[in-house]
Design a protein. Structure first.
Length: 112
């Protein structure tokens, strides 16, 4: 989970070591080891980006903030329909070869 709150970017979820090919749903998640945060979306560009490991496992840690900002910029300048088409195309043409893991992404951004 990537967060930008009050103009400050941070990664809320822990970095995983290795590849486990297992997804825990929110309903299955145990409270032990769970993380939470109080966030305030006060500035344009503040937001939350939630994604499954089919996306996050392929991202380079140093590129998380630029990835977050790229999604925000694209969403800011696109209609809902255009953003949906762009995301679908990106996920279908994922840059990691033969990567068939599920790829789900959700975002909430402050736009004004």
């Amino acid at each position: 989970m990537l967060i930008r709150s009050q103009g400050k970017f941070r990664v809320l979820s822990d970095q995983k070591d290795g590849f486990g090919n297992q997804t825990t749903t929110l309903a299955q998640a145990e409270t032990e080891g769970a993380v939470s945060a109080d966030i305030t979306l006060t500035s344009p560009g503040d937001g939350v980006l939630l994604m499954t490991d089919g996306i996050s496992d392929d991202l380079i840690p140093e590129q998380l903030e630029p990835f977050f900002h790229a999604i925000y910029r694209r969403q800011k300048h696109s209609s809902k329909r255009r953003m949906k088409r762009w995301l679908e195309a990106e996920l279908k043409q994922w840059s990691t070869p033969r990567h068939g893991d599920d790829k789900t992404i959700a975002s909430i951004f402050r736009m004004d």
